[in-house]
Write a protein that binds this ligand. Sequence first.
Ligand SMILES: [Zn+2]
Ligand SMILES: [Zn+2]
Length: 253
Amino acid sequence: MISEERKLILTGDKMNIIADLHTHTIASTHAYSTAAEMIKAAADKNFYAIALTDHGKAMPGAPGPYYFESLPIIPKEFLGVRVLKGMEANIIDYDGKLDCDDRLLSSLEWIVASMHTIALFEKPSIEKCTNAYLKMCDNPNVHVLGHSGSEYFEYDYETVIRRCAQTSTLVEINNASFGFRKGSEERCKKIALLCKKHDARIVVDSDAHFLTKVGDVPKALDMLREIEFPSELVVNSSVENLKEYFIEKNIEI
Ligand SMILES: [Zn+2]
Ligand SMILES: [Zn+2]
């Protein structure tokens, strides 16, 4: 007899991830595992890759530029896992400016750009937020539009997602947001449906701040399965998809 799980695999409904591309280490000071522990956690899950994306300097307690400049000390591959050296940069104004200069950004391999209330004090209008995200999409150093399902930073979803599709900016479905960013579940579903409609590629991430959370994305995957999101639009659903994206963006495989 074929088990339920096996049936799902056979019918192609079973989507999973092979890389976690938004994680934090103790360098962020409000995260609690080392880089080695996070990479080991990814290795334990047989992941192909992990991105270390500690916070940009606008986040209180974030590491300075010397931390990011020195990331090449960590090998490209450790414990069989491809380690991407990156940053979660903060969007710090409504022109989409980031809290990191272009020289440093372009030297890193993986940039998630996100809005955080702590770095953007004034609640924006939908127009302002839309403008910030559109400008961010045009920044060639940015790979991922981070956790944009927050109620606080509402934007014109369709306009921005269409631009993400045009500029190959990945839209993140962030599992951690489902737990604590108000209104995220319903907004993330809306965002994912628009990605499906406009063929915008997405990345499913944990935003782990502790090793047990690496690759832990059950709520995000449940939602994507529910809306029958195509796995070919999820860059980290297969090594093949991810490598294709790396080649496109000149990221070493
Ligand atoms: Zn954090
Ligand atoms: Zn964040």
